[in-house]
Design a protein around this ligand. Structure first.
Ligand code: PLP
Length: 383
């Protein structure tokens, strides 16, 4: 099997899974209990916060971490706490549904939610962002890397622009698809909140994190025993957190080399698919800018071949890809691609390939050949 849907989830690396199993079976003590073993676990949890802060370049004096059950929960936590009812709020037009749907919900309760338009490459359009960003805007949420196209937003520039207009604006970045793949420097970016997820980076499912500036508002949405500094009650998932940290540290050790190798892979794959589709008389669409987008995500389509049909044809040959997040029976189309100005025909044919540090170049020929052959077989354009 060739797994090319790493943006949806990844296999947990064996070392992290072992750490988790060992902790669950042998070191199961509740970090809030009073005996020595429990106290040791409390210390491990605090060390884990420190590790996360180091990995995202956040000064411990300024930032802290809440561990959550998912990035979806972390995104909900920020929006529940920081969307402002009396002022305006901005989200990117291509945000993940855990931001988009939550903000929409608040919109129905009278909150003013503005959407920052995207460029044709899928980044937030900085010029259009400037026109939306007034002193009345109290909260901004823009993703670092798009889960649909890999488009990378310059969070530092967006934050500086926003803070120049309203120094009190709170800024959140969903960094789920960027963490452990691209460099993050929170203290330099100067933003207030950052969302992370473990299962996208070879960690376990059910673990997310919200990094937050200690001086910025963060109201809990789950109440109880007061764990996580009162920000998220419930017994902490220390085994999952430790596995998450291990996976993140492993990827960070080779972050630059991984980035380079995955980029080479992606560019070689595009070149091959382009050459084969040209000779087959097919029209290839690449969504986003392959040079500036994250190398870990490739959104493409062959005009006239439905993305979902191609996905299943590839699956039958052992190649697993995605069609992006919004294509299911309830939501047709793709919000991000539409916001980039893609036509219905371009959206319909979309598939998303997403890679990991372990994706190997030997598979380029096989993947490209299968995509083009199967796209041709299921193509309904008359050419
Ligand atoms: N944000 C982005 C950009 C994502 O890609 C995803 C998952 O696809 C999430 C948030 C949600 O992550 P989780 O599965 O941890 O809730």
């Amino acid at each position: 099997m060739i797994f090319l849907d790493n943006a949806s989830t990844t296999p947990c690396n064996a070392e992290s899974a072992k750490i988790m199993a060992d902790e669950l079976t042998h070191n199961y003590f509740n970090p809030s209990a009073k005996y020595t073993e429990a106290l040791e676990n409390y210390k491990k949890l605090e060390m884990a916060r420190g590790e996360i802060l180091k990995l995202v370049g956040a000064r411990e004096a300024d930032y802290s971490v809440v561990f959550t059950g998912s990035a979806t929960e972390a995104n909900n936590l920020v929006l529940n706490s920081s969307l402002n009812k009396h002022k305006a709020n901005i989200i990117g037009a291509g945000e993940h549904s855990s931001i988009h749907e939550t903000a929409k919900q608040f919109g129905t309760q009278g909150y003013k939610i503005l959407e920052a338009p995207l460029t044709s490459f899928g980044e937030v359009d900085i010029e259009k962002f400037k026109t939306l960003m007034t002193p009345d805007v109290a909260f901004v949420s823009i993703m670092f890397v798009s889960n649909e196209t890999g488009a990378v937003n310059d969070i530092r520039e967006l934050a500086q622009t926003a803070k120049k207009i309203n120094p009190r604006v709170l800024i959140h970045a969903d960094a789920v698809q960027g963490f452990s793949k691209l460099k993050i420097n929170l203290s330099e970016w100067g933003i207030d909140y950052l969302t992370l997820s473990a299962h996208k980076i070879e960690g376990p499912k059910g673990v997310g994190a919200l990094v937050y500036k200690k001086s910025s508002k963060l109201e809990p949405e789950i109440f109880g025993g007061g764990q996580e500094n009162g920000k998220r009650s419930g017994t902490e998932n220390l085994p999952g957190v430790l596995a998450f940290i291990n996976s993140a540290k492993r990827l960070h050790e080779n972050l630059t080399e991984n980035y380079k190798a995955v980029k080479e892979f992606k560019l070689a794959l595009i070149e091959k698919i382009l050459a084969l589709s040209n000779s087959a008389g097919l029209e290839l669409i690449i969504n986003g800018n392959p040079e500036t987008a994250s190398p870990y995500i490739l959104s493409l389509g062959i005009i006239g071949t439905k993305g979902e049909v191609l996905l299943h044809a590839l699956e039958a040959e052992g190649i697993l890809v995605g069609t992006g997040s919004a294509c299911n029976s309830k939501h047709s189309g793709n919000r991000t691609l539409s916001a980039m100005g893609k036509t219905k025909k371009e959206v319909e044919c979309n598939i998303r390939l997403s890679f990991s540090a372990h994706t190997t170049t030997e598979s380029v020929q096989k993947i490209a050949e299968a995509i083009v052959r199967l796209a041709k077989k299921h193509n309904n354009t008359s050419r």
